[in-house]
Design a protein. Sequence first.
Length: 200
Amino acid sequence: MALPILYSYRRCPYAMRARMALKLAGIDVEIREISLRDKPAHMLQVSPKATVPVLVLQDGTVIEQSLDIMHWALQQHALGANASASADTLILENDTAFKQALDAYKYPERYPSKTQIQHRADGEVFLQKLENLLLENIYLFSTTPSLADIAIFPFVRQFAAVDSAWFEAASYPKLQLWLSRLIESELFISVMEKQPTYIE
């Protein structure tokens, strides 16, 4: 029987978290690594939004949003989705205010209303929330990674990489350990293996 198809792009944080959730749930998929300049016609046909990730199930069902893919994967695994209001609120803040601050911090020339340092400070509001949560556990809500950790991690990784020397010297010791633990995890390493570009 054919596997579900996941259209993905290795460095996209949304695709990263989808791949991590599928891997954690033990769900085998056919990963189709796309070229951003030459997106597969089938992907565009099933998902006109034209962005990754896109999961196509064996019955033809299409799941187009990374969080929906994560919820579906973890439900199959019977882990549930760590569906607490606190986790949902944190993920929403990551995907909105923190993502906006991250984009502005990475590309300050596109957001000239503030300096890069000011954009970084906007993002630090969220980093401090994560640091406070990690005072209680090694992961955000537990002693093991949850949907919230996986959903948020790729974006914190990007934020830290903008100026790695600054991040390593910043006052976020618990967050730094959390980030290192996830970057060095077998789960993350396995989903970051390079795949050949899919050609139809």
